[in-house]
Ligand binder design. Structure first.
Ligand code: ADP
Length: 405
């Protein structure tokens, strides 16, 4: 059993992440193909001994080429793991209302994932490509592919939080409602926070800010998702890398009716040209914006808007929590790495009982010490997102269940 491993594929909107993990959650190999859509595409991977390798592609690559690269890398350079892969765990962003749990990938499940692509157009098609290529390159494991959905963790959100105030018919007939996203990481962070707080997960109340290229926030009541900022699709909520987040729907009518912009183009504007990129007119990558924060007014305003929107959400999530919060958590690429963002947010919500420890906030070894609050504050933690470990452990569980049947 020690040798048996799971290949985890996380085909995101701007990256393909892959890892090889055993049932004890030991990571043997972890890699990412970054900046898929820019000219500086590279693949990076980290070995068990933490040594890193990097490969630069000569030009922009497609998702398909990226996946081919990963499977060839495993086959040629990591045979010892490749030959011991017993299953593949896939992150899938949207499972619609019908899929409420982790599932072995069958023809029926594939159809449902495809159907749910309308709710996650930047993600589900990439997730499907991951599955398709896994079936192609590992045909002997065709019945050992497992889908872990970001939406299932949010299936506990009550109707008062998941319904939109539009005619009820649209929910009854067309299932238009809030679904949320980032659920795999929210589950992981909730488990990890309960351990840090030394509390039973079912009595743990949290507000978790998942701030990556896609960003969302979730209120966790007694270990379960009670409300979240992403909606029918991952477009709603916070200001993101290229997505607009919350918006007056009338803006869409204005763009369409008055400015005569075709609907396809409007979609592209709101999904790919808005957020930090749209506001800054420079970049969606937070690392680049942070560097120019002091020198460029446009960058400064985009970061300020990002923080303002997030602070408003944090304050509003005291309502589902009934004011009883055990900790506030930052996770995701920006949440884990940007002390600036954390400082700006906490400053705005100090009145709620949060007090930042400025020294701890700029510490960069949160693996060892994740708290960044002062003694008399509501706890604030920084916890690295780890969807991959969660996906691997869920995949092992499903494959074990199948063996026992
Ligand atoms: P996703 O999984 O949604 O693609 P990630 O969680 O990997 O996104 O986060 C990507 C974001 O995190 C980018 O905006 C990136 O600039 C930001 N980020 C990554 N590292 C750092 C860092 N050291 N400092 C500030 N921002 C960072």
């Amino acid at each position: 059993m020690e040798k048996k491993v799971i290949l985890v594929l996380n085909c995101g909107s701007s990256t393909i992440k892959f890892s090889i993990i055993n049932f004890k959650k030991k990571i043997f190999l972890k890699g990412v193909i970054d900046y898929l859509k820019t000219s500086k595409v590279c693949a990076m991977w980290t070995h068990l001994n933490f040594s890193k390798e990097i490969f630069y592609f000569k030009k922009k690559i497609t998702y398909k080429i990226g996946l081919k690269f990963i499977f060839n890398l495993l086959k040629n350079q990591f045979k010892k793991y490749y030959n011991n892969i017993i299953g593949v765990g896939h992150r899938v962003v949207h499972g619609g209302e019908e899929i409420k749990k982790t599932s072995l990938i069958t023809k029926e499940i594939l159809i449902k994932i495809k159907k749910s692509s309308i709710y996650a157009p930047l993600h589900n098609p990439n997730n499907l490509l991951g599955i398709k290529n896994s079936l192609k390159y590992l045909p002997h494991l065709s019945d050992k592919n497992v889908a872990i959905f970001d939406t299932t963790f949010h299936s506990t959100i009550p109707k008062i939080a998941f319904l939109y105030a539009i005619p009820y018919f649209f929910y009854k007939k067309h299932k238009i409602r809030r679904y949320g996203a980032h659920g795999i990481n929210y589950l992981y962070i909730t488990q990890k926070s309960a351990v840090l707080l030394n509390k039973n997960i079912y009595s743990t109340n949290l507000i978790i800010c998942h701030l990556g290229n896609g960003a969302s926030i979730t209120a966790i009541v007694k270990g379960k998702s009670a409300d979240t900022s992403m909606g029918l699709t991952p477009l709603e909520g916070l200001v993101m890398g290229t997505r607009c987040g919350d918006l007056d729907p009338s803006i869409i009518f204005y763009l369409y009716e008055i400015l005569k912009i075709p609907i396809k183009k409007i979609k592209k504007i709101l999904m790919k040209k808005s957020g930090l990129l749209g506001l800054s007119e420079i970049n969606s990558d937070f690392r680049i914006l942070e560097k120019q924060y002091k020198d460029n007014i446009q960058t400064e305003i985009s970061i300020k808007i990002f923080c303002y929107r997030l602070s408003k959400y944090i304050a509003s999530y005291f309502v589902p929590l009934n004011g009883k919060i055990d900790a506030l958590i930052f996770t995701g690429g920006i949440g884990e790495n940007s002390g600036l963002i954390r400082k700006k947010i906490i400053k705005k919500i100090q009145f709620l009982g949060f007090k930042l420890d400025k020294i701890k906030n700029i510490n960069n070894n949160f693996q060892k010490n994740s708290s960044i609050h002062q003694e008399k504050s509501i706890p604030i933690f920084v916890i690295a997102a780890d969807e991959e470990k969660m996906i691997a452990s869920e995949t092992f569980k499903i494959l074990k269940n199948c063996e026992q049947k």
